[in-house]
Design a binder for this molecule. Structure first.
Ligand SMILES: [Zn+2]
Length: 185
């Protein structure tokens, strides 16, 4: 197991559309990659991570909406962990009913924005053995999965806000990046 490096915007791989995982890829290598992706998500800590965020352009996401402060007991342990790894996830149906949630992203540090998405989604995916699975997700869990699936299309939360907000954020990042380099010298 290994904690991988998480890429941040404007890294070009975060803007690429990912390719499907092929049937022959299910096996030890994929299992190892998924466990590294999971370890990276828990270490961050985060509630979800998509393969392109660690520079791998395959349609793979891991989520555990229970890995958040809101769902911790007094000792900081998750009260309801619910890890899922999905390859080739597809939304087969989404509710007309929408909800607004303030989203952040490990690849877009220090940026949060309210986004509106369907409250319920019916997802079909392949599990770690390549077996097809499908079920409905609702509320926060549905939001997390939709956020991670956006990454597979090369879309980050910055692409869902106004061009003005996006360019202002990227300029700020660039300035801070330069400062960072100066202080290392
Ligand atoms: Zn993200």
């Amino acid at each position: 197991m290994a904690v991988l490096e998480i890429l941040t915007v404007p890294h070009p791989l975060l803007a690429k559309k990912c390719r499907p995982v092929e049937p022959q890829e299910f096996g030890p290598e994929l299992r190892r990659f998924i466990s590294d992706l999971a370890e990276t998500m828990y270490a961050a800590p985060g509630v979800g991570l998509a393969a392109p965020q660690v520079g791998d352009l395959r349609r793979i996401i891991v989520t555990d909406p229970g890995n958040s402060k809101k769902e911790e007991d007094e000792k900081g342990r998750p009260t309801n962990p619910r890890f899922i790894a999905m390859s080739n996830p597809v939304i087969i149906e989404a509710s007309k009913d929408k909800m607004v949630y303030e989203e952040g992203c490990l690849s877009v540090p220090e940026f949060y924005t309210d986004l509106m998405r369907p409250r319920k989604v019916h997802i079909r995916w392949l599990d770690e053995d390549g077996k097809p699975v499908q079920r409905w997700f609702e509320g926060y869990d549905a939001i997390v999965i939709q956020h991670e699936m956006d990454h597979l299309e090369g879309t980050v939360i910055l692409d869902r806000v106004s061009g003005f907000k996006k360019s202002r954020y990227l300029q700020r990042r660039q300035r801070e990046g330069r400062h960072g380099q100066e202080s290392r010298m």
